[in-house]
Design a protein around this ligand. Structure first.
Ligand SMILES: Cc1cc2nc3c(=O)[nH]c(=O)nc-3n(C[C@H](O)[C@H](O)[C@H](O)COP(=O)(O)OP(=O)(O)OC[C@H]3O[C@@H](n4cnc5c(N)ncnc54)[C@H](O)[C@@H]3O)c2cc1C
Length: 397
């Protein structure tokens, strides 16, 4: 059985950034670390979901990326091109997706992270006194002194109850291996009222389709999906002082601006709506009749919509990620969870000696930005600090 110092489970934005931090900053030897992810290559989920939306720029600013130095992405852009104004969008210096992806590949190459990728899933984890045993989907077993659970939510797109999963004309835009994009001109209903719904609607419009959007609320405008005050002590100081985890969960829910759109995209959408290019319905779908050549949607105001295709842009289910693998891990070691089901971890993001978390699983400790790229960087800070203080304690013992 292969034995490692560190195994990162999940090779998305979080897993890749943490791997870079462990190797580049915490002195972890690359040959003692692996990243487990079912994708053919690291960051596969990020690439497919961002490509599907047609987004051209990130929503976050240029200091949020996967490298160690916060200015690395800016320097990378300058090295590639003298004039960088077209690589970043105003305001907040938001990087172009192509630039962010090229920079992420550069980070992966510099730290040789692709060589550390094991293409498989963790089916089961069990904790024994010294190590964590991990059973892989390819039949192998690995043990590691430390694991980082960097699972993300990309495997749990949210399907409303009325939407049949077996109808080939109804798709969630974040489903794995999404292949629901229309190939010829169609009438498409996009369900959702946030940035993804708007981006999908605009992409469909540009490709010549007839587009309806059904959103439960009017278009809400926010630059970011939470207030930038959550990136520092302005709001985090109070969050850290709050010991009641139900209250922390309530803060996170209030702070995350689900279903919001940045001003630039809102402007383009409003003008498309005004010009009758996109039909915006502030309503809720009640039912879908999938029989016959066309799909019939009934809305709660009793109006009906007829479409060739329905694309769900309804985000991700809010329950704890990780499925039975995490359920069994919790049961086997009596790991503490708050009433919302999410891990109760210490300030080093340690759920149990040797078991660390990042992303949504770290939310009750890192607050509303935990899922974002900024959250990956915060998780990296905590892990590096924990490793350094462990080695200082060991050397002075
Ligand atoms: C379209 C889109 C645009 C976004 N834009 C921004 C932005 O501009 N700025 C920002 O800060 N945030 C943004 N986000 C939010 C967030 O940063 C991303 O969702 C990011 O991809 C989350 O990374 P992650 O590593 O937590 O999760 P994921 O991308 O979900 O990666 C987790 C990986 O873990 C794997 N995994 C799960 N279970 C197992 C298992 N049992 N064994 C092995 N592997 C497993 C999954 O297959 C997946 O590959 C965006 C999100 C989306 C969807």
């Amino acid at each position: 059985m292969e034995s490692l110092d560190w195994l990162i489970i999940g090779g998305g934005i979080h897993g890749v950034h943490i791997a870079a931090r462990l190797v580049g900053e915490a002195g972890v030897k690359a040959d003692r670390l692996r990243i487990l992810d079912p994708g053919e290559r690291l960051l596969e989920r990020w690439r497919t979901s961002t490509t599907t939306t047609g987004m051209t720029h990130l929503r976050s600013s240029s200091v949020h990326h996967l490298d160690l130095d916060p200015w690395s992405l800016q320097h990378f852009a300058i090295k590639r091109r003298k004039r960088t104004s077209d690589l970043f969008a105003f305001p907040h210096n938001r990087p172009a997706l192509a630039l962010f992806n090229a920079h992420s590949e550069n980070v992966i190459a510099r730290f040789d992270l692709a060589d550390l990728h094991i293409q498989a899933r963790a089916n089961r984890c069990s904790i024994d006194s010294e190590e964590i045993g991990v059973q892989l989907s390819d039949g192998r077993d690995i043990s590691a002194r430390n694991i980082v659970l960097a699972l993300g939510t990309s495997e749990q797109p949210y399907w409303p109850d009325w939407a049949p999963q077996e109808d080939a004309r109804v798709h969630h835009v974040f489903e794995p291996e999404f292949d629901g994009w229309p190939s010829s001109t169609e009438t498409v209903v996009v369900v959702g009222g946030g940035i993804t719904a708007a981006q999908i609607a605009l992409r469909l419009l540009n490709e010549g389709h007839r587009v309806h959007v059904v959103s439960r609320h009017p278009m809400r405008q926010h630059h970011f999906d939470s207030d930038p005050g959550w990136l520092g002590p302005r709001y985090m100081a109070g969050f850290n002082r709050e010991r009641d985890l139900d209250r922390r969960r309530a803060w996170i829910t209030r702070a995350r601006r689900r279903g919001s759109v940045p001003p630039g995209i809102r402007r383009v959408m409003l003008s498309a709506i005004e010009d009758d290019q996109v039909c915006w319905h502030e309503d809720e779908v009640e039912s879908l009749d999938g029989h016959g050549a066309e799909i019939q949607l009934r809305l709660s105001n009793k109006a009906g919509l007829t479409a060739d295709r329905v694309l769900l842009a309804t985000g991700f289910a809010s329950h704890r990620p990780g499925g039975t693998m995490i359920d069994e891990l919790i049961a086997s070691a009596s790991l503490p969870c708050a009433s919302c089901g999410y891990p109760v971890v210490d300030s080093a993001l340690r759920w149990h000696p040797g078991v660390y978390v990042s992303g949504p699983l770290a939310e009750l400790e890192l607050g509303p930005v935990a899922r974002n790229i900024a959250g990956a960087r915060r998780a990296g800070d905590r892990l590096v600090e924990a490793i350094h203080s462990n080695s200082t304690a060991a050397s002075s013992a």
